[in-house]
Design a protein around this ligand. Structure first.
Ligand SMILES: [Zn+2]
Ligand SMILES: [Zn+2]
Length: 258
């Protein structure tokens, strides 16, 4: 089993207190953490959430020296149109094995904030999926599009609702494929926010369009969610005749059988 959880956070992200050491105890295999980069972070009171790259690198180097190089470097880039230039300049000259691309907010509020509950779900979906498509088109060098359902996690969205946005979703998937990125199965989205049926629909659409790159990520912020429901997500992929996952080392894609 060569694949590993490709979306996890440690205390290098402001919303996690977990340590590398605790994750290392969960496995003898490879690990990657994907720490937050969110400028003007609405979820964090509007401050910039910026990964301390030097400290992160030093910590990984020190642990890798005694743990057979098992830790890879990752980052989760949160896109807004306003932060595009700052994102690109932050990434310049830094080395990551994998870059996740996410949309968490629209520059005014995060899609997990309660204000969403008062809004028209269809308007939120329209705005959110448009922002996702723009993110993929604008940010070069990202490897995985994370949690396509983040913006609708708080909303009671059904597969039929998603179907209304099929042209927009196809545009998003086209952009993902054009950038040779992988589509993430976010297992907390699927089994904690109960959006597995939305993922089944989205994966079906992606496969129909010729998509083949899948990534599995728990989005763990603590070891309790490490590889969260991976067996269920893999069973779903098998049902859809998907037999491999895409992993990234030094931003180069390779596959592992499931
Ligand atoms: Zn995220
Ligand atoms: Zn995350």
């Amino acid at each position: 089993m060569g694949y590993y959880d490709q979306h996890m956070h440690t205390h290098f992200s402001p919303d996690s207190a977990e340590s590398f050491e605790n994750y290392l105890e969960q496995t003898d295999g490879l690990l990657v953490t994907t720490e937050h980069l969110d400028f003007h972070d609405a979820y964090n009171g509007g401050v910039d959430t910026v990964l301390d790259y030097a400290a992160y690198s030093d910590k990984i180097d020190a642990l890798n020296a005694i743990h057979d190089g098992r830790i890879r470097r990752g980052i989760e880039v949160g896109y807004t149109p306003e932060s595009h230039a700052r994102i690109m300049s932050y990434l310049e000259g830094k080395t990551f094995d994998v870059i996740l691309l996410s949309v968490h907010q629209n520059g005014r509020y995060d899609y997990l904030q309660p204000i969403i509950d008062e809004m028209d779900p269809k308007a939120v979906m329209q705005e959110y999926f448009q922002l996702c498509t723009e993110a993929v088109r604008q940010v070069d060098g990202a490897n995985i599009f994370a949690h396509f359902d983040y913006g609708i996690r708080r909303l009671p969205v059904t597969v039929d609702d998603l179907r209304e946005f099929e042209p927009l979703l196809k545009g998003l998937l086209n952009a993902i494929m054009a950038k040779e990125m992988a589509l993430e199965l976010n297992t907390r989205s699927m089994y904690e926010y109960n959006n597995a049926d939305l993922y089944r629909y989205m994966i079906g659409l992606y496969l129909e369009m010729g998509g083949s790159r899948f990534s599995l990520g728990s989005d763990a912020h603590s070891i309790q969610k490490y590889r969260y429901h991976f067996d269920d997500a893999i069973a779903l992929l098998h049902e859809l005749s998907v037999t491999e996952l895409t992993l990234f080392k030094n931003k180069m894609a390779y596959t592992e059988k499931i």
